[in-house]
Write a protein that binds this ligand. Structure first.
Ligand SMILES: C[C@H](O)CC(=O)SCCNC(=O)CCNC(=O)[C@H](O)C(C)(C)COP(=O)(O)OP(=O)(O)OC[C@H]1O[C@@H](n2cnc3c(N)ncnc32)[C@H](O)[C@@H]1OP(=O)(O)O
Length: 656
């Protein structure tokens, strides 16, 4: 009988998709298995009825790794293109970056590429006595699907290197003790579902769904109006990214600039964004061409007469924005939504000179706007419910996650994270090495440390908004001269190839040791090192000194009702700041640390280093009353355990 080779996916009523590899006898990863996996993961990620994904292998074996026959074919033909692209497309983009909780259910064996697939999942459950290893060196190759990186991270460098260099496999029991396996199936499955990671990911999942419910907007019987043509003012980094996001969802876009040189630049940026998606296999050439054909560059407002929405994305200059809003109010039709992509400025100030306050709204995208999924919708007390609903619908249509927030300086996300870079500056001025700060924060789980993030955004923006923040939140600002000094020394970050790091095409950012003289200059000016000597801090203290002030500001955001619910801030921190989803978002994480502990640490820090760390009223109240910051979601888990073929078919389900 012919072998049944392929990848299947079954989605249960519980919303769990079970993806199964079938390639007897060891479920080796042949080309059709890899393409099948890509197809199924793509489908599972896209389907709204899929809430979580389980990856497993048929016949009691997870996978014996990449199909060794392919190596033989390559050796015979000399054709290396027979090797499929897996590491980025499948392992990183579709699996690791999947926003749906993804669990590997391992039985029998997970070797080579098999174990690498399991390690790309968010958690691993294994049956007792399963064999786990990376035996690639026995074949004269190295683990090629990211195992060299992921295994040492999970089991520690020494053990990881030992397993790879000696091709030594281990049992699932040992894997469990080392942290490679999160739970041993059957015995410990409940533990896994109740693990912090599972709780955090499930929290984010449901928190994200909750963002689409906005009282007095989504529950009053309004229907979103169609958005066929949108104008974007400003073709810079943000404007071109926003235009790209709209075009990708078949929305006609007018891109307006002030002169033909800037306009051409903006159009070229959109083209480059689309080409980037094509080269990464995320968009077909055809679709890119179609999207680009929907773009029209303009230098005046003539064609604004029939637009449904304008999104202003010019520099953060209050007078300029006020002028633009006055102009668009006059030229656009009365139904047209007047949105600003400002990241900081009060929308009431932007719309001050207009008579259209009900249709003024913030559409705050995150850079790069065609890739980042968060859309912060900022409403003022005058913004109409219809306008908010329309923007929410547009956000969803362009595959963003809209989170509706209130109007204040920095809104929910930038305001919450404004102490992030300030705390980092304080630490550096206190004598801590800046590259260490970045590395501690990335080990915590954020993709970029505060200094690399500053480099990426460009340091000019920090200076542009500094005064606005100082005016609003001056009582709790740490004023560091470091950014000014950095700019003075010709370092604007990635934009001009130099910041704290050196940026060269095709290579990773390299720490620039010559920036340390700039840091020294800043330390002299601030003169805050106790006794003129650098402070000594542990990695844990670095995390606390950087992230606890962020939690503190989040408490103020909650207290002032800037977000509808605390979990909105978790979603926003995950999607807007890439706060690790497996920690459940900023406030969920804060609750796992404990509001009381955070409060007491901040209190002590403020006694030593001043008002920047002063605990907020809200945090103090929660801490002293022994309350959590996020009102826990009222979900419980339901388990459906092993089925006869021992592929587990589990589910956790929200039961409100
Ligand atoms: C990108 C990645 O990092 C690269 C990789 O993954 S490279 C591959 C890494 N994996 C390995 O090296 C595992 C190699 N396989 C083994 O060690 C053993 O076969 C095993 C432990 C999986 C099973 O052992 P055992 O039960 O004794 O069965 P065994 O007779 O060896 O193998 C059964 C059949 O599966 C085949 N097979 C096993 N692993 C395979 C693989 N990875 N690819 C293709 N075929 C494989 C064998 O050739 C054999 O085929 P046959 O029945 O036609 O002779």
């Amino acid at each position: 009988m012919a072998k049944k080779i392929g990848v299947t996916m079954e989605v249960g009523n519980d919303g769990v998709a079970v993806i199964t590899i079938s390639n007897p006898p060891v479920n080796s990863l042949a080309s059709q298995i890899i393409s099948g996996l890509k197809e199924k993961f793509q489908e599972a990620n896209q389907r709204s009825d899929v809430k979580a994904i389980v990856l497993t292998g048929n016949g009691g074996r997870f996978s014996g790794g990449f199909d060794i026959n392919v190596f033989q074919q390559v050796h015979k033909t000399g054709d290396i293109s027979l090797m499929p692209e897996v590491s980025v497309d499948l392992v990183c983009n579709l699996m690791e970056d999947s926003r749906k909780p993804l669990v590997a259910a391992v039985e029998g064996l997970a070797l080579g590429g098999g174990l690498e697939l399991a390690m790309a999942c968010h958690a691993r459950v294994a049956a007792p006595k399963a064999q786990l290893g990376l035996p690639e060196l026995t074949l004269g190759i190295i683990p090629g699907f990211g195992g060299t990186q992921r295994l040492p991270r999970l089991v520690g460098l020494e053990k990881g290197a030992n397993m790879i260099l000696l091709s030594k496999s281990i049992s699932s029991e040992e894997g469990y003790k080392l942290g490679l396996i999160d739970a041993l199936e059957a015995e410990s499955f409940k533990q896994l579902v109740l693990s912090d990671t599972a709780k955090a990911l499930v929290h984010v999942f449901f928190a994200q769904r909750a963002t689409s419910k906005v009282p007095k907007v989504t529950d009053v019987g309004l229907k979103p109006r169609p958005m066929k043509k949108v104008a974007v003012i400003g073709g810079g980094l943000m404007g071109s990214g926003i235009a790209t996001a709209l075009l990708l969802s078949n929305i006609r876009v007018l891109l307006k600039e002030i002169n033909s040189e800037y306009l051409l630049k903006g159009i070229k940026s959109v083209e480059a964004n689309l080409k980037g998606l094509v080269s990464r296999g995320k968009l077909t050439q055809d679709k890119a061409g179609k999207a680009f054909s929907l773009l029209k560059g303009v230098l005046d407002y003539t064609e604004f007469k029939d637009v449904d929405m304008v999104i202003e994305a010019v520099i953060e200059n209050i007078q300029l924005k006020q002028k633009i809003f006055k102009e668009i109010e006059e030229v656009c039709p009365p139904h047209c939504i007047l949105a600003s992509n400002t990241s900081t400025i009060d929308l009431n100030v932007i719309g001050e000179k207009t008579n259209s306050k009900d249709r003024i709204v913030g559409a705050h995208f995150f850079s790069p706007a065609h890739l980042m999924t968060l859309l912060e919708i900022v409403r003022t007390e005058n913004t109409s419910a219809q306008v908010i609903l329309d923007l929410m619908a547009l956000g969803k249509a362009i595959k963003k996650v809209p989170v509706v927030v209130g109007n204040c300086i920095g809104f929910a996300v930038n305001r919450t994270f404004f102490p992030y870079s300030q705390a980092a500056h304080m630490l550096v001025n206190l004598g801590v090495d800046l590259f260490r700060v970045d590395s501690v924060i990335t080990s915590f789980g954020l993709p970029l440390g505060p200094f690399q993030l500053g480099d990426l955004a460009g340091h000019g923006i920090g200076i542009a908004v500094k005064d606005i923040y100082a005016k609003a939140y001056g009582d709790r600002m740490f004023s560091s001269p470091l950014t000014e000094l950095l700019l003075k020394s010709g370092r604007n970050g990635k934009i001009n190839g130099r910041g704290y790091y050196i940026y060269e095409k095709g290579s990773k950012p390299k720490p620039d040791s010559s920036v340390l003289s700039v840091v020294e200059e800043s330390r002299k000016l601030t003169n805050i090192m106790p006794g003129g000597k650098p402070i000594s801090v542990t990695d844990k203290e670095i995390v606390e000194m950087i992230l606890f002030p962020v939690v503190n500001e989040a408490c103020r955001v909650l207290d002032e009702g800037v977000v509808i619910r605390a979990s909105d801030l978790d979603v926003a921190s995950v999607l807007g700041m890439s706060f690790p989803s497996y920690r459940g978002g900023l406030l969920f994480w804060a609750d796992t640390v404990g509001p009381k502990y955070i409060y007491e640490r901040l209190k002590r820090l403020s006694e030593t280093y001043g008002g920047f760390f002063k605990p907020s009223r809200y945090l103090e109240e929660r801490a002293t009353k022994g309350m959590l910051l996020v009102k826990s979601l009222n979900f419980s888990f339901q388990f459906v355990m092993w089925q006869e073929n021992t592929v587990f078919n589990h589910v956790y389900r929200q039961i409100y």
